[in-house]
Design a binder for this molecule. Sequence first.
Ligand code: PLP
Length: 384
Amino acid sequence: MHDSTKIVRSTLTRAVAGEPLHPSPVFAAPFHTPGDPNDATYTYTRMNNPTWTALERAIGQMESGQFAPGHADAGKPYRASALVFASGMAASASVFGSVLKPGDVVVLPSHCYFAARALMQEYFAKMGVVIRLAPTANEAQGEQLEGARLLWIESPSNPLMEICDITSLSERAHRAGALVAVDNTTATPLGQRTLALGADFAVASDTKSMTGHSDIVLGHVAVRDLELRQQIEQWRTLMGGVLGPMEAWLALRSIATLPLRLERSSANALRIAEYLTTRTNVVHDVLYAGLPTHPAYALAARQMQHFGAILSFTLADRTSAETFLSKAKLITEATSFGGTCTCAERRARWGGDAVPEGFIRLSAGLEDVDDLLEDIAQALDALR
Ligand SMILES: *Cc1c(COP(=O)(O)O)cnc(C)c1O
């Protein structure tokens, strides 16, 4: 089955006469559990919940597929299994926490999502985990793998849109004896199947493009190996960073439209990126994975199915960026990305990323692109 069909079918209940087409949220802390708890599928919602199961089944199918060209098992099918978490950070932490022990080496991208880097540097480093940083671009992380336990990849990276060859890096990491996790938040499993490319863990914040309505916070980890699944699940049960049934239900409702949303937002992002490159008097360094001028365009085209909603560009300085954002009527100034409306922000205002003062990250929404281009044009005109 193709992706759209697979996703739509995966969110339905079994066809039972008189039953709803889609599962409803199951609000429960404990479940009836007489006698031996092993006889009950559900006992207590910190451990498991039927609404998670429905969502995990759908995400698991989305993450399943065939190994990609270039992988040693190219063309062979594999099945993925997913676990959902209260946030993307809770999902990331489950991989860090279940894999790493004192003395272990983790190879992180020097510009990965700033909270993942902060969690590592401020907590795991204190507990004796050794951190090696290297840029995402040009597979520089591959030079740091000797003796490593975990390679953490983010491609395309947020917000600098750096891209690396996930298949070749995974192969090098496995040869060095390391496990590989990819933070696939920017691409989503439909934009890039990281398990098919060779990763052991596909990690994502599903708060962003995956669910795409700017109203829930959640994340997931998907794996092919059942032993790794068990370790992640045990971490989740003991740490308790679990998703509420309402969020799980909203997420399940949202992901059926992911193929449509990805198609539209990727097409809009490309048109905006192309337009920005024509405004060289005020706009610099337009970065989008789908632009042929991106330094890793050929690689992105090979390893991604959709280039996604996010692009970035740089205006002269802080004032120019602030003026642009206040003049643009159809661009909502907010953080996060992948929602229905076009959003942007001056990224340096947070202080966490190594970006210029005039650097803007923009997430293309689902609007009519001609309206967006007209609005962006008048906002840029204000900078002259
Ligand atoms: C937002 C984000 C996260 C964290 O996700 P939350 O759902 O906010 O916890 C992790 N990685 C990337 C790349 C992100 O953009």
